[in-house]
Ligand binder design. Structure first.
Ligand code: GLA
Length: 396
């Protein structure tokens, strides 16, 4: 079977009659722990995965720019880059949103030809959107020798999502897809952007993702609501302590002192974030000590916080979580990503994995009438060029 790299290259050739100048591989991400902490300036512990977007690009001599999404069999054309505005096609906004950011930053771009495809199920919480944003950003950086640093590209990709897609996301996904390192999880401090890597050595355990195959349309609106509830909590605590700039700066003590001044919902949202930040630090410690039971307990507390305090789970995710924790040989599980569906991550004894996947799959199907899909991932490097052909108008 053709690899995705071969597939996008082939389709590029069929569409434009020549080889691309370059092909970029841009990964999705998983997150061990630290959910919704990124836009609260806290800690996250993600890693890039071996699934993502492959994108073939060249400069265009046709005057117009052409972007083709092979998975959707859809194409958009831009006659020029004047006055870009959001599209009705979801994927186009991730691509054109980045171009819009680069133009605002006064980068000199010309017309391009672009064909891409991926292998991250949409809505699975593995950040196909950040992978796509980074693919085009990295690709254009190469193609037009823009000289941007990786962090600069991360920020353009994130801002594209704010302005063209309308999700006020944090920096975790774009950062991880850009900066990922093979076999390492990255503890990122989302305030200072300093990071430290930890080898993910699970010994007798295996990491397995289970896609709930649920994608709730309220995910993006609820995401922005959670973000403003956190800001509401910060504004209230700031009145007591002017040094509080984000929930990262707040303690449970201070939150409790302010409890009567905020709604019960805002209190619970803030509590979850303050505790989730702690959990990231504790998780790293447990990882270093190879305290696998400890990891499992931290994941459990995180899931319960997402369910009862941050309220971002859904019945299908709750089912996968409950099933996991009553299954012998599973030491930890929780939902990953923005919420309301997507994947759970599961830490399972290697020799129980097969039986676990069979049992959870049939129980899930009985309960909901559709499948949960296991996704095997390897922890991989961030965005990179996987093919270059200078004869086709690569970087000068
Ligand atoms: C989405 C966002 C990230 C992060 C996660 C939740 O993936 O894009 O910035 O907030 O949700 O941790």
């Amino acid at each position: 079977m053709a690899t995705l790299q071969e597939k996008v290259t082939q389709q590029f050739k069929e569409r434009f009659g020549h080889m691309p100048a370059l092909v970029v591989q841009s990964p999705g991400r998983l997150n061990m722990i630290g959910e919704h902490t990124d836009y609260n300036m806290g800690y996250v512990l993600p890693a890039a995965i071996d699934k993502g977007i492959w994108m073939a690009l060249s400069r265009s001599d046709m005057g117009v720019s052409v972007f083709r999404a092979i998975d959707m069999d859809e194409e958009i054309q831009l006659p020029d880059f004047e006055q870009l505005s959001p599209f009705d096609k979801g994927w186009a906004n991730y691509v054109v949103g980045v171009i819009d950011q680069l133009l605002k930053a006064e980068k000199e771009l010309g017309p391009v030809k672009c064909v891409f495809g991926g292998n991250i199920p949409i809505g699975s919480g593995l950040s196909s959107s950040a992978a796509l944003e980074n693919a085009i950003c990295f690709g254009l950086n190469e193609l037009f020798s823009l000289g941007m640093s990786k962090m600069e590209m991360v920020k353009h990709s994130q801002k594209a999502e704010h302005e063209f897609v309308g999700v006020m996301c944090g920096i975790m996904d774009q950062f991880t897809s850009m900066m990922g390192q093979e076999n390492k999880v990255i503890r990122l401090d989302c305030r200072s952007l300093e990071y430290e890597t930890f080898p993910l050595d699970l010994q007798d355990y295996e990491l397995v993702l289970l896609n709930s195959n649920v994608e709730h349309s309220l995910a993006s609106s609820q995401y922005n609501i959670r973000r403003s509830q956190c800001e509401e909590g910060v504004a209230i605590m700031q009145k007591k302590d002017a040094a509080i700039q984000s929930l990262r700066d707040a303690s449970m003590d201070l939150l409790d002192q302010c409890r009567n001044e905020m709604s019960e919902v805002v209190y619970r949202r803030c509590k979850y974030i303050i505790e989730e930040n702690e959990r990231v630090l504790n998780f790293c410690e447990a990882l270093e000590q190879k305290n696998f039971e400890g990891l499992g307990q931290i994941l459990k507390a995180a899931q319960l916080g997402m369910k009862h305090e941050y309220e971002i789970t859904c019945p299908e995710i709750d089912f996968l979580f409950d099933f996991a924790y009553q299954y012998p040989g599973v030491i930890g599980a929780r939902m990953m990503g923005g919420g309301f569906g997507g994947c759970t991550l599961n830490i399972v004894e290697k020799d129980k994995e097969e039986a676990y996947l069979q049992d959870i799959s049939s129980a899930y199907k009985d309960q909901f009438g559709f499948e949960t899909t296991p996704i095997k991932v390897k922890i991989s490097d961030g965005v990179k060029k996987v093919y270059e052909n200078d004869a086709q108008g690569g970087s000068a």
